[in-house]
Design a protein around this ligand. Structure first.
Ligand SMILES: [Zn+2]
Length: 328
């Protein structure tokens, strides 16, 4: 991007930033830039820290195959600028913009694959690289004003699991699994958290843990008449309301907003016909992104999604960890 510097972008006021991202897709197309080019820019605008020791003490060490190579002065590691980002080691990366478009259009893995011209396996991997990248945004979610919290319980799933033998398959089928517990929090400003916290149900300590990061004393927290939730809010300094049946229907202090998000999520998730529990958090974040950062204008959203995915310096690590998570 010849005269364009991402540091300039970072200094833009909020509205202009938004406009820049809305036009990013067209901008990249017009200039023949790929998702990898954009990722490089993002890296250069922060620091190309060493993927081994995370040192910032790095120098440029020449260009190989048209790609900038860096060297860590602390540990000696040489690496390319996109190391460990979501486009790391990606072949056919010039098709990524097109892939983001298909993904935002709600197409299946198979449909994305045939439209973009990649294999089904690659389509799966790309989706999960993108989702692994946006997962890291979860840490920054916080709330203002009235906060509503509730839980979503889902069926455990090992969708896509490969079995090495008939015996292993039968053993797995016999195994009983408890529900998967997701803590859901929202406010009236559109901030939203869906967090897979464990099994069976959301516990008092898990709720308190999240509240401690994301809520301050000036918030007011609304929860339902559920034991764990009541216990959790009791311990906080924030104001709290335990919502009873009549308030559910018509009060200011209600849990209507969080209920609606949970229902919307259930409907949205149906298009995937079940997701493996190890990937659940990825899908939860995808839903949050759709709600919070995207506009449902496909072209604008390509730029926004690309920008979000490129923001995670270590996306590839999370992707790799998930793919290699084994079932027992
Ligand atoms: Zn290093």
């Amino acid at each position: 991007m010849d005269n364009f510097n991402l540091l300039d972008y970072q200094a833009l006021p909020k509205e202009q930033k938004r406009r820049f991202l809305d036009n990013l897709y067209q901008f990249l197309l017009k200039n023949n830039y790929t998702a990898v080019d954009y990722q490089k820019l993002k890296i250069q605008s922060t620091a190309p820290i060493c993927p081994r020791c995370e040192s910032e003490n790095v120098i440029k060490a020449g260009v190989r195959d048209g790609k900038q190579v860096y060297k860590c002065k602390d540990c000696g590691r040489q690496y390319r600028e996109t190391a460990r980002t979501f486009v790391y080691r990606m072949r056919k990366a010039d098709k990524m913009l097109e892939y983001l478009k298909c993904m935002l259009e709600g197409k299946s893995l198979r449909a994305c694959a045939s439209e973009v011209g990649i294999s089904l396996r690659t389509s799966f991997n790309w989706r999960h690289k993108i989702l692994a990248a946006i997962k890291s945004l979860q840490g920054g979610i916080s709330f203002s004003g009235i906060v509503e919290a509730d839980e979503l319980l889902m069926k455990y799933s090992e969708k896509g699991r490969k079995y090495r033998s008939r015996k292993e398959y039968e053993k797995a089928k016999k195994k009983k699994h408890s529900k998967v517990a997701v803590l859901v929090m929202t406010d009236r400003e559109g901030n939203l958290l869906f967090k897979h916290v464990g099994r069976k149900k959301v516990t008092n300590s898990q709720i308190r843990e999240e509240l401690s990061h994301r809520v301050t004393d000036s918030n007011l927290i609304c929860v339902k008449q559920k034991k764990e939730f009541k216990k959790a809010v009791k311990g906080t300094k924030s104001k709290k309301v335990v919502v009873n049946k009549t308030q559910i229907r018509r009060g200011v202090y209600s849990v209507q907003v969080v209920d609606k998000h949970i229902n919307d999520f259930k409907v949205w998730l149906q298009r995937f016909r079940g997701v493996a529990t190890k990937y659940l958090q990825s899908y939860l974040m995808w839903f949050v992104i759709t709600h919070k950062y995207l506009t449902s204008e496909i072209e604008s959203d390509i730029g926004r999604l690309l920008n979000l995915a490129s923001s995670d310096r270590w996306a590839w690590d999370e992707y790799w960890r998930l793919v290699n998570t084994k079932y027992r």
